[in-house]
Design a protein around this ligand. Structure first.
Ligand code: GDP
Ligand code: GDP
Length: 433
């Protein structure tokens, strides 16, 4: 389980700047797909061997920003509850403000560890900048510069100190899937259809910090684990929409799963939020199956219209299988399970080097990479660089000049050759100059 770090602070202290620094990855995992909504408030990062999830609470809700009446947004309070650690950012140039005091009061009541960071500290005298923030009684203020990077690495190392290093190969030997989607699409109905109502009785949540539970079960003699995030509501803690849906929970569940089952509502149009959630799954490299739910009672015209809407708005999920189901009528569940298994198998595939290289050679014979000016990239051989998602590492010369279009062509070719249905596939170029 990766820790979730939540960034809080009043507007303009530098949260989004710090967020960008904390989520910057050298190997851009997801190409910038046009139309793919990337919500820049939730991201993945890593320091050394320690991975983490990070959430920027800036812009969660319009802030009531009138001096002493400043109120922290409800979504921010919820995010703090769901965090493993909180970084509270203040502005070293402006100094301590009443809003900082109010936020600090809330944070002192929280059971989560809070780290106080004094931002915009580049070029300043650190002890002087820190001095006035001791008053917040949140421990020693650490002076950083999110924009320049000063002190950021040390800060994040301190935050992550008590969290474990990434474990090698703790991969589950069977599909562990998370049912995700925006509110009311039918996630709980689907989970109940899968597990049967009786299990709800065995529902025991006491004392866990994470509101998701893992349930092992068998279907057709095959083992599966479901990660149930929707279950939170059955705790009797039902509040309202805010309680009902948490992007952080979806993000954590995706991270803990090896297959994501994205539920869509056939009675509604595809929303930005659907694409955002799909985007997380893609960014996390998860195998994915899409369940278009509430397929019961739709007119033929509506069905066709929805399929066109999906093809247009979720075109970047072309690697995933779509199932048109009814959780309520328990229709289409068997097919869904075949695809979950298939997506898992594809994500975990082991490909021998000679086989990969052969496919690469035949791809090259059909179509050479285009020249970039006078340079023609030379692709020599390939091997598998990772699983879940499968990564194919290609060696050769001038590979930095390969176009995105050609990478897409190779991806499609490998996909077809190895029947990689349901999993993202990544191609990396190992550049020998
Ligand atoms: P947010 O509203 O808390 O997300 O703040 P932003 O990240 O949008 O930053 C607000 C302003 O502060 C922007 O103009 C940033 O360029 C600036 N800023 C952020 N971090 C630093 C920093 O470390 N040093 C300085 N000098 N400016 C910064
Ligand atoms: P969640 O918020 O995603 O967990 O959604 P729920 O499972 O609570 O379902 C929201 C609403 O959609 C409820 O009224 C369900 O009865 C209804 N619903 C769920 N699945 C189906 C379905 O397959 N067909 C129809 N017609 N309604 C459904």
């Amino acid at each position: 389980m990766k820790p979730t770090i939540v960034l809080v602070g009043r507007p303009n202290v530098g949260k989004s700047t710090l967020f960008n620094r904390l989520t910057r990855t050298k190997d851009a995992l997801v190409a910038d797909l046009p139309g793919l909504t990337r919500d820049r408030h939730y991201g993945h990062g890593r320091v050394g061997s320690k991975p983490y999830l990070v959430v920027d609470t800036g812009g969660f809700e319009p802030v009531v920003d009138s001096g002493i009446l400043y109120e922290m947004a409800r979504h921010t309070l919820q995010a703090i509850d769901e965090a493993d650690a909180v970084i509270f950012l203040v502005d070293g140039r402006t100094g301590l403000t009443p809003q900082d005091q109010i936020i600090a009061n809330r944070l002192r009541q929280s059971t989560r560890p809070v780290y106080l960071a004094v931002n915009k500290g580049e070029g300043g005298n650190r002890p002087v900048l820190a001095a006035e923030f001791y008053e917040l009684s949140l421990g020693e203020p650490v002076v950083i510069s999110g924009a320049h990077g000063d002190g950021v690495y040390e800060l994040i190392e301190t935050v992550l100190e008590s969290f474990p290093e990434e474990q090698e190969e703790t991969e589950s030997k069977h599909p562990v899937f998370a049912v995700i989607g925006r509110p009311n699409v039918g996630k709980s109905t689907l989970v109940n259809a899968i597990l049967g109502e009786e299990r709800v009785i065995a529902f025991d949540m006491a004392g866990t910090t994470r509101d998701s539970i893992h349930i092992d079960f068998e279907r057709g003699d095959k083992p599966f684990t479901i990660i149930d995030t929707a279950g939170v509501r059955r705790r009797g803690k039902v509040d309202d929409a805010i309680e009902k849906f948490s992007v952080i929970k979806a993000m954590q569940a995706i991270d803990e799963a090896n297959v994501a089952v994205l539920v869509l509502d056939a009675q509604q149009d595809i929303a930005d939020q659907d694409a955002t959630i799909a985007g997380f799954a893609l960014e996390a490299g998860r195998a994915l199956v899409v369940a278009v739910n509430k397929w019961d009672g739709l007119s033929e015209e509506r069905k066709q219209q929805l399929k066109r809407d999906i093809a247009r708005k979720l075109y970047f999920l072309d690697f995933a299988k779509f199932h048109f189901i009814s959780a309520l009528k328990e229709k289409g569940i068997d097919g869904l399970f075949s695809s979950i298994q298939e997506a898992y198998d594809a994500a975990m595939i082991k490909l021998p080097t000679p086989k990969i290289t052969r496919v690469l050679q035949s791809a090259l014979e059909r179509q050479q990479p285009p020249r970039a000016g006078l340079i023609r990239p030379k692709l020599r051989y390939a091997h598998q660089g990772g699983m879940n998602p499968p990564v194919i590492v290609i060696h050769g010369n001038a590979l930095q000049h390969i176009s995105d279009a050609y990478t897409r062509y190779l991806t499609q070719t490998f996909r077809k050759a190895f029947h990689l249905q349901g999993t993202p596939l990544r191609i990396q170029y190992n550049v020998n100059h």
